[in-house]
Design a protein around this ligand. Structure first.
Ligand code: SF4
Length: 675
């Protein structure tokens, strides 16, 4: 709350949701009362977040076919076009695409708008590209997905933390303070900033994390390091998993992954000897066409070692986007209703329809997942119009050139944005909207802790909230939506009541007093649930499920035409598609351009020197970037950050069958010096 001249809020960027105060002239200071960054740390993105508010490229008037328009004119135009498209092609001809940075209030309203005002099943969000495979694996194993189901401060108590495919030292630096106590094992094809800090670094071939996890568990069983008592008391399925691992002996796993057997053994023995230990996964393990199985294999390993559901030990997913966790709980996902309920569950439909005041049978069923939706735009039977909130898929979707073609084929594209992102530039109508510190709303961070962002600054004249845009369109379509965040949150609480993500006991006042409240929180007297699995898991029998999985090659392997692996990821100075951070001068100075990281041996073989412009091609497109020569990358792999146009022209949209996560983290490319 407002503390005289300072307002307490949270960072606009990643899922750590560092606490910060905004003072006069938008000066930013870290808060020390929020556990994620109680050390007083912020990264350079957080320190410069105030500049986003005054950015000279802010949009301040609606644009209709590129021309400034009155709000009513633009809203009337969009509503009449939506009505015409729905009348001609049916409700599923209109798609809604959301974002993992939207507040819970917006994510909730977006889902209600799609299903009630538009009656469309075609809604999904960019969080599908983020951690959906880890969410699917957690639901299979534990009956519930709450990212890291423990407070981040618990990590410091552990003896050891194994981090598979996460580079927190660059993506969320204050996280590293929580790893200063335990020994850290990092699994990553690159020697990242995080790997450099680690006690042990396992550097597998891209796309082989699943084989590595199977090999580690094979070794745990062979060396009789299984926590038999825990497995017997708290899990099911161990015998099936043990049988399924017979072929994953260490030497075979070494041949597939390139990780030496002695390194695997070192990791396994250290994990088993630890009094308290965690296994965490990040995008490196998750963004694969076998992402759900890969995370399942790491969860199986954690269960065999007896970690989940113990104070000071466990498994967790290090969610990336600011509200990646809350964004998947309140109904902007194709298969879900508020409260993290399944949309095809009759009881869930009945409950949510009751809150919304509509018949349950009027609610559409599940729609297409994010990439499937983008891929279907403008095709026969696919959506003809799309409303886009908080996302920039022309940069961030896989096979981005193809996605741009599909978007260009739409009859109507409407975006809500505060700057002219690459996707907004393609839109028929752009609504200029408020951003983080200009509005109040809740965010759920990577721990499942619900936090409150307080409005700290007035938006520029002419700018409205996404909630106003949705309510304005809904009204023109004959429906009413709340526009005040507090009123939306009260409705969200009722809609979530009884669901896995039960927010009904959480209020803005409690969040402020308690510095965040963990869900599930089923009543205002309930203290919230920091560690939901201590007594039992959220499965029907209360036990965690081990599920047998098998390794398979990447969806696209290297060959004579495309002989090198490409992996993508983030750099410290930028966030996601870069629409925000590429507009902050100091961040641009720190990381001005896209680059390709190449091992010295591969660079020599390809006659490439540091600073050369390099052309990288895959079966889907081509990108140019500056060469950086580094022995931190494997000889058979190059790395490109995805914050600029280019990297995702190359990536493979092969989808994980369970979660529909695309295979961002590995594809085959050719690398040449650009002559
Ligand atoms: Fe913001 Fe994440 Fe940086 Fe914290 S670590 S300041 S939440 S971007």
């Amino acid at each position: 709350m407002d503390d005289g001249v300072k307002t307490k809020t949270h960072c606009p960027y990643c899922a750590l949701q560092c606490g910060m105060e905004i003072g006069p002239e938008l000066a930013i200071q870290p808060r020390t009362d929020i556990p994620a960054n109680a050390s007083g740390a912020l990264c350079q993105k957080g320190w410069t977040a105030g500049e986003l508010l005054t950015n000279g490229e802010r949009l301040t008037t609606p644009l209709l076919h590129g021309e400034p328009a009155e709000w009513d004119v633009a809203l009337d135009y969009v509503a009449s076009r939506l009505s015409a498209i729905r009348a001609e092609h049916g409700p599923d001809a209109v798609a809604v695409f959301g974002g993992g940075g939207l507040t819970n209030e917006k994510a909730y309203t977006l889902g209600k708008f799609a299903r009630v005002a538009l009656g469309t099943s075609q809604i999904d969000y960019n969080g599908r590209f983020c951690m959906s495979s880890a969410a699917a694996a957690s639901i299979k194993a534990f009956g519930m997905d709450r990212g890291m189901p423990f407070p981040i401060t618990d990590l410091a108590e552990a003896d050891i933390v194994l981090l598979a495919g996460g580079n927190v030292a660059e993506t969320m630096p204050p996280f590293v303070r929580h790893l200063s106590g335990p020994r850290v094992i990092v699994i990553d094809p690159r020697r990242t900033q995080t790997a450099k800090l680690a006690w042990l670094h396992l550097q597998p071939t891209p796309g082989t994390d699943l084989a590595l996890a199977l090999g580690l568990l094979h070794m745990v069983i062979a060396e009789e390091l299984v926590d038999e008592e825990y497995v017997a008391a708290r899990t099911t399925g161990f015998d099936e998993v043990r049988t399924s691992l017979a072929a994953w002996w260490p030497e075979r796993v070494e041949r597939i992954t390139g990780v030496p057997v002695y390194r695997m053994r070192q990791a396994v023995r250290a994990m088993a000897a630890a009094r308290k230990a965690y296994i965490l996964t990040g995008r490196g393990a998750e963004q694969h066409a076998k992402g759900t199985d890969t995370v399942t294999a790491f969860i199986n390993l954690a269960l065999a070692l007896g970690l989940p559901g113990r104070h000071g030990s466990g498994y967790g997913c290090v969610t990336g986007q600011g509200n990646g966790q809350g964004g998947r709980e309140h109904g902007q996902k194709a298969d879900q209703l508020p409260g993290y309920r399944k949309i095809d569950d009759p009881a869930a439909r009945e409950h949510v329809a009751g809150v919304w005041g509509v018949p349950a049978e009027s609610l559409p069923g599940p729609g297409r997942s994010a990439y499937e939706l983008l891929d279907a735009l403008g095709t026969p039977g696919g959506p003809r119009a799309m409303l886009l909130f908080g996302s920039n898929p022309v940069i961030s979707a896989p096979a981005a050139e193809h996605v741009a073609e599909r978007i260009a084929s739409l009859d109507l594209l409407v975006t809500c944005d505060f700057v002219m992102s690459e996707t907004a530039a393609m839109a028929d109508v752009v609504f200029p909207v408020t951003q983080w510190a200009e509005e109040t709303g809740t965010m759920t961070n990577l721990e499942g802790r619900v936090l409150l962002r307080n409005r700290a600054a007035a938006p520029p004249e002419g700018v409205r909230s996404d909630l106003d845009v949705l309510a304005g369109l809904a009204e023109r379509l004959g429906h009413r939506l709340e526009t005040e965040p507090a009123a939306v949150f009260d409705e969200l609480r009722r809609a979530s009541k009884g669901g896995p993500a039960d927010y009904s006991g959480i209020t803005y006042e409690r969040i402020t007093e308690e510095k965040g409240v963990f869900w599930p929180c089923p009543s205002t007297e309930h203290p919230g649930t920091p560690r939901p699995f201590l007594d039992s898991f959220a499965t029907p029998d209360g036990r965690a499920r081990l599920v047998p999985v098998q390794h398979r090659p990447a969806a696209e392997e290297t060959d004579a035409d495309y002989p090198v692996y490409l992996s993508t990821g983030r750099v410290l100075a930028h966030y996601q598609s870069g629409a925000q951070t590429r507009r902050i001068a100091s961040l641009v100075k720190a990381a001005p351009e896209p680059y390709v990281e190449i091992h010295p041996d591969l660079a020599e073989q390809l006659d490439i020197a540091a600073g050369d412009v390099v052309r990288v091609s895959s079966r889907r497109g081509e990108a140019k970037a500056v060469a950086r020569i580094s022995d931190a990358i494997r000889r058979d792999t190059v790395f490109m950050p995805f914050h600029w146009e280019g990297a995702n022209r190359l990536t493979n949209p092969a989808l994980d069958p369970t979660s529909k996560m695309p295979e961002f983290k590995v594809c085959a490319v050719r690398v040449e010096r650009d002559s």
